[in-house]
Design a protein around this ligand. Sequence first.
Ligand code: TRP
Length: 327
Amino acid sequence: MAKKGRILSGHRPTGQLHLGHLEGTLRTWAGLQDDYECFFEIADWHALTTDFEETEALRENIEQVAIDWLAAGLDPERSVLFVQSDVKEHAELHLLLSMVTPVSWLERCPTYKEQRDQIGEEKTAGYGFLGYPVLQAADIIIYKADTVPIGKDQLPHLELTREIVRRFNNFYGNVFPEPQAMFSEFALVPGTDGRKMSKSYGNTIDLADEPDEIEQKIRKMFTDPTKIYQGDAGHPDKCPVFVYHGIYNKARTEPIKAACESGDLGCVDCKAEVTEKLLAALAPVMARRRELEADRDLVRDVLDSGAEQARQVAAATMEDVRAAMKL
Ligand code: TRP
């Protein structure tokens, strides 16, 4: 069957993934596997651009991401799942692209400035970090991917990729397609404190959490601060628990909303109901996760064979690149 195009997307090996990743990213990726040729990359070199000092956890973090991906339905029979550093061709292309990428483009990149403010000078002063988007461009175009499913936060990197492609093609001929962003239609899952779910905020529900941990996290979850006692009128539109109902308890959002607003439904019962639904939705993912935890050889085999498949495509592109550049 003819595919609609080729996808590459990736994630840094941040360790265990959470509900935000599952609902915002992984379900989208899993749903694309029949229609597109898919490459999904664990970007360990990208992790090093800021976390170059402590690397002890890197290998385990890579495997944890792989386990979460497989548990969430990324399927090695249909997609290529691989680790960036297993495909050295990315490094060669990164080097060559760095020749045609003006430093001013990189210094102007909004994520560069944001990250420097957020995580500080010490971790972001490196040459590698400045070149983060160049490496990301190499990741994408080495597979001649035309479609890149990403979050809005990654858009500046994709724009840079497109600019680099135009410049490269302009110098050396039409080697690379200009990739397009694809945005997920899935809901943003708020963290247990109502902010964006993020490991750095300590407000995540992880795919590796046990059901009783999840129950506890939801029991303590932030709700509408003006609803203190059962009987008080709530404001579901300001309550992150209500967002969870919207994702895991869709059929009941209207009655839940009405009962919260009238004060008939207290937060304890509301949370208990959504916890049950959430755990039911997560059960197959958690079960698969447990199997994979117990079979690390399988996980490593998936990544090894993914690297082999990725390498073939990447190596063929590098032949084109060297020929175009007369190397
Ligand atoms: N920068 C991405 C992130 O932090 C990870 C990434 C690396 C990526 N290479 C990529 C995403 C290529 C899309 C395409 O989430």
